[in-house]
Design a protein around this ligand. Structure first.
Ligand SMILES: [Zn+2]
Length: 248
């Protein structure tokens, strides 16, 4: 996967970094990422990935823009209310970087279609807003052997974790949430600037992981406290009885 002169100029501030270089930039170009959700988290992730030159991005989102989204979803404008988020996110990515091949999928991902939508991607980033979707995505990623980067923000709290099959997201949250949308920010509220912080942190983790910068962060949960303005990190132990990744 080579870089044209135009791309070398475009990514010059990346390529000059010792940790990235031409090799890292070519890894980004070769990468294919599925983004689940083009909401608050997606609004932090997608501009960073597209700007960084990730070669292929699939945007899976079935929702349309609502005025109450705009405080945390800067991908969209007032005039976008009522229109497909997947299509609008595609337009955003295309305008930002025509070198990126973006594909919109206007569907809600679920346990039935996840196994068909996710194969072929090097990384799945889940920025959905409910546990049922997160667990469906996680189970499919374990099954397919695709790393999953999970990012969530609610009220003043954010969390980001990379899972490489074991431990998985289900080890972390258990089975109680399969049919429950209890983490929906429509009910609990979320600070708009928080989703951008968490989404951008997730994009940084994704880019580092693709290039191979730093230690592998898999299995660690990064927690952000938006009131104290601090990050902390805890390890997630694998659950031997986990329905998805356990030895059942
Ligand atoms: Zn598990």
């Amino acid at each position: 996967m080579s870089l044209s002169d135009v791309e070398l100029e475009r990514y010059a501030r990346h390529i000059v970094l010792a940790q990235v270089g031409g090799v890292g930039q070519r890894k980004l170009k070769a990468a294919s990422i599925a983004m689940i959700g083009a909401g608050g988290i997606g609004s932090g992730v997608l501009p960073a990935l597209a700007g960084a030159g990730v070669g292929q991005i699939t945007i899976i989102e079935d929702d349309v823009v609502d005025i109450s989204n705009l405080h945390r979803q800067p991908l969209f404008r007032e005039r976008d209310a009522g229109y497909s988020k997947a299509d609008l996110a595609l337009q955003f990515v295309q305008r930002l970087n025509h070198h990126v091949k973006a594909t919109p999928v206007q569907r809600r991902i679920d346990p039935e279609n996840a196994g068909a939508l996710l194969p072929g991607h090097d990384l799945v980033i889940d920025g959905s807003d409910n546990f049922a979707t997160r667990l469906a995505v996680s189970d499919a990623c374990v099954e397919l052997g695709i790393p999953l980067l999970s990012a969530a923000a609610v009220q003043f709290q954010g969390q980001v974790a990379l899972f490489r099959s074991k431990p998985c997201y289900r080890c972390f949250v258990g089975d109680a949430f399969d049919a429950d949308d209890c983490d929906n920010c429509a009910e609990l509220g979320v600070l708009g600037a928080l989703t951008g912080t968490v989404g951008n942190f997730a994009a940084l983790l994704a880019i580092n992981s693709i290039i191979g910068v730093g230690d592998d962060p898999a299995g660690k949960l990064h927690l952000f406290d938006g009131e104290k303005l601090s990050w902390r990190e805890i390890s997630i132990p694998p659950d031997p009885g986990c329905r998805a990744c356990g030895s059942h």
